[in-house]
Design a protein around this ligand. Structure first.
Ligand code: ATP
Length: 317
């Protein structure tokens, strides 16, 4: 099943799970609409051709949902009844930390083997260097920044571009470096507005033709509009514009990086189950497959790399 917010590359992961199962002579079923589908019995056998032509498609053909009912014991009992009715032996959940929390609880309550595959654009899961969808989202954001830069430099404007990531700044850091932003503000750091103003003043003194500041959603200083207002109040000579990229970062065809990541993780999930692994999330660490207990993957905070901030600072002069 795919669960929680959709991410580009989820289809590639489903395809990999299905084909790896068939390769190993395992019957495989798709559960539609996340945990809601398990509760309502929206379950169908998937065959090798059920997953033809989905590798390059964004979203998830299994559909996704946030299920309040699965958060209740009664809901999970219904899910378990359907699980048994279809004679299922194990569950592969492609999603984020919420989906894994649900999988972990379900596994413990009913003694069912579960494996999680990290599918979220936010990249906010420990136990993997990258989550499925993150690379595509960064590419989309960097491409949007490139386009905004054309306007920014033609009019010598200062743009604030807000990117997704919920409480995590990974998309912001990568798209800021990839898009050549003058500064980035992320939820994890307390970044005083005075520091940003100094950076912009320095750029203006150096005759910087265009300025793009990337703001992650969930920043302590407020959203992109709030931050733009605070800067405008101090630096009135800038012509300021704000662009919120929003949901366009979630969609689109997955990049090759995401397709390869999803394919590797999908196969590794099936192989992990065959090896008797359960309550783990499969990820990639230093380009090698790694299995991390789900409760660690969701509890340990994944930190931004200070090296990336250093690089961004050096290059933004
Ligand atoms: P994203 O990172 O994209 O938001 P996610 O997997 O974290 O994805 P959530 O909405 O947090 O998305 O969780 C998806 C679903 O997992 C929930 O709708 C719910 O059905 C289930 N879930 C989350 N937390 C729990 C919990 N504590 N107990 C049972 N089920 C849960």
């Amino acid at each position: 099943m795919t669960s929680g917010g959709d991410a580009p590359g989820m289809n590639a992961a489903v395809r990999a799970v299905v084909r790896a199962c068939i390769y190993y002579d395992i019957q495989v079923f798709g559960i539609y609409k996340g945990y809601d589908g398990l509760i309502s019995g929206n379950i169908e056998e998937l065959r090798v051709r059920s997953v033809a032509n989905i590798l390059s498609r964004g979203g998830t053909f299994l559909l996704s949902a946030r299920s309040d009912e699965f958060r209740t014991k009664e809901g999970r009992i219904k899910a378990y009844e359907n699980f048994k009715k279809h004679e299922l032996d194990a569950l592969v959940v492609i999603g984020g930390d919420g989906s894994f929390t649900g999988a972990d609880i379900f596994s413990r309550e009913f003694d069912i083997p579960v494996i999680g595959i990290p599918g979220t654009i936010d990249n906010d899961l420990a136990g993997t260097d990258f989550t499925i969808g993150f690379d595509t989202a960064c590419n989309t954001a960097a491409e949007a920044i490139d386009k905004i830069r054309d306007t920014a430099s033609s009019h010598e404007r200062l743009f604030f571009v807000e990117v997704m990531g919920r409480d995590a700044g990974f998309i912001a850091v990568n798209s800021a470096i990839g898009g050549g932003a003058v500064a980035m503000i992320v939820p994890e750091h307390n970044y005083p507005i005075e520091k940003l103003i100094k950076r912009l003043q320095k750029g203006a003194a150096n005759q910087k033709a265009s300025n793009i500041v990337v703001i992650a959603e969930g920043c302590q200083l407020g959203n992109a509009y709030d931050i733009a207002d605070q800067v405008k109040a101090k630096l009135d000579y800038f012509d300021i514009r704000v662009t919120v990229l929003g949901h366009l970062q979630r969609g689109g065809s997955p990049t090759t990086m995401d397709r390869v990541l999803a394919s590797r993780l999908g196969v590794a999930a099936v192989e992990g189950l065959r090896d008797g692994k359960s309550k783990v999330m499969v990820g990639i660490i230093n380009n090698k497959i790694a299995y991390t207990p789900i409760n660690e993957a969701i509890k340990i905070e994944k930190r931004l790399d200070p090296e990336e901030f250093r690089v961004a600072k050096i290059l933004s002069i």
